[in-house]
Design a binder for this molecule. Sequence first.
Ligand code: NAD
Length: 479
Amino acid sequence: MSTVTTKPGRKPAPSPLSNGKAPAGKPLPPKPVLGKGASRGPGKTAAAEMKHPIFDELAFPSDPNNLYRQTVGSMLQAADLMGLPHELKIILAQPKNEIMVHFPVRMDDGEFRLFKGYRVQHNNALGPYKGGLRFHHDVHLDDVKSLSFLMTMKCSLVGVPFGGGKGGIKVDPYKHSKAEMQRIVRRFTAAIAHDIGPDYDIPAPDVGSTAQHMAWIADTYSSISEGAGKNTMGVVTGKPVEIGGSLGREKATGQGVVDTLVEMLPEIGVDIKGCRFSVLGYGNVGSWSGRIMQDKGAKMIAAMDHTGGVRSDGGIDAHALALHVQKTGGVAGFRGATAIGKDEFYKTKVDVFIPAALEQMIQEPEAKMLNCKVLAEGANAPTTPGGERILEARGVEVLPAILCNAGGVTVSYFEWVQNKTSHQWELETVDRELNKHMVGAARRVRDARKKYKCTLRTAAYIGALERLQAAYAVRGIFP
Ligand code: NAD
C-alpha cells in the first residue's frame, strides 16, 4: 500500500459542445419555497466555506477548485452548525486508507502497458467500505477520495450498514478490446485482492465500469483470495443477475433520483405529472432517471452528453433515446429531437434539471444559464460551491447527491444481503424497500433543514453526521 500526496484541483474537461460564448442566462425570480429562511449556517458564504481551520490543520491543498477540498468543505459547514466534536471532524476529513497500485497488462499486439489503479477506503465505522470503481482516462486520487467520502455520507444518510470507499483505473474502457479490458480488470483485482472482501470492502460499478467488469472481479477474487472456492460473490455488487446480481440494481440510482423527486416536489410546488425536465449525461443514472420520470408522466425536453445535445419542446422519448445511446454511444444524431449546443441546453426552461454526468460541471457560468426550479443531483458532486451560491440566490432548489443518488448503493446493499442469504428478491420487493430508504432519508433531510434552518445540502450532511456521531459515541476511538 502506498500513501500518496493530493494533487491540485482540476477543472472538468470542457464539453465538446462549448461555444465559448459568455453566459447570458436570464435570472429567475427568487423562489424560496422549501428554502424559506435557508442559510449556509450563521454568516457563511461560499467563499468563507473554502476557509476552515481543519484545512490548515490537515494541510489540505489550498486551491479552492480542488474537488476534495470543496466536498469536505460542505461537510464541515454542517459539522460546525450541529456542533460535531473536533475529533470527528478530523477523522472524517481524511480517508483511512489511500491505496495506489501500478500493474502491467499485455495488450492484444503483445506489448505491455503499465496501468494505475486506486482504492480509497474512507470510513468503516458503520460497516464494510463500499463504493464504485471508475474506469476513466482522467481519474485522479482527489476524485476517488471525494467519491469515497461521499459514499460514507450517503450510506449513513440512507441507513445502510456500510462505510465509504471508491476506486478506479486510469483507463479509457472504450479504447480497449473486450479481451484487453478483461486482462486489465483481472490484473487490477489481483493487485488489490488483499484490500477488498465481502465483509471488508465491496466495490461496484461507476462511470465507465459495467456488470461484466464486476463479474470478472468476482471471478478473479473467488479464484485467488483466501476465500477461494467459498461463496465470495458478495465481494462486488452490481453483478449480472446470473451470478448473484440483484433485480433492479441497474436502474436503482435513477429510481432513487425519481423516488426523491416524488417525495420532495410537492413542497416545491411542482407536480411530477406533466413536469418538464432535462438531463445532463445519458448513461446509467441519466437514462434511467429519464425513463422513470417519463413513466411517471413527466416530459423530457432536453438531454446532453459528451457527444452533443438534443431538444424537443414537445418532449423527447426517453426510452427511444436510451436505445439510441446504447447503439451509438451518445445522444448525438438522435432523430427524435433537434441538435442543440451547450448554452441552449443549459438555458432550456424546465422544472427539473438532472445533472447525471461528472463532477464540477455546474460552475458559475452554468448556474447563471440554468432555467429550472429544482436541480436534482444524479451525479456525485456536480455542483461547485460557487455554482450553488448562484443557484441559491436565484431560488433554485438543489437536492443534494448524497440523498438523490443513494438508490444505487441501497440496492447494492440489498444485493449483498441476497448473496449472504442465498435468496433472490422479487423486483417489487427491491423497489418497495428502496422507496422506504429513499423516503426515510428525504424526511430526515427535511427535518434537519427545519431544525437548523439551512440548505438541503447542509441538512443532508447533518442527517449523515448524526448517525456517524452516534456510532462513534458507542464504539469510541481506539485505543
Ligand atoms: P455512465 O458512464 O453510465 O454515464 C456518464 C455520462 O456522462 C455519459 O452519458 C457521458 O456521455 C456523460 N459525460 C461525460 N463527460 C461529459 C461531458 N464533458 N459533457 C457532457 N456529458 C458528459 O456513468 P453513471 O454510472 O451514469 O454515473 C454518472 C454519475 O452518477 C457519476 O457522477 C457517478 O459517480 C454517479 N453515480 C452513479 C451511480 C451508479 O449506480 N452508476 C450511483 C451513484 C452515483
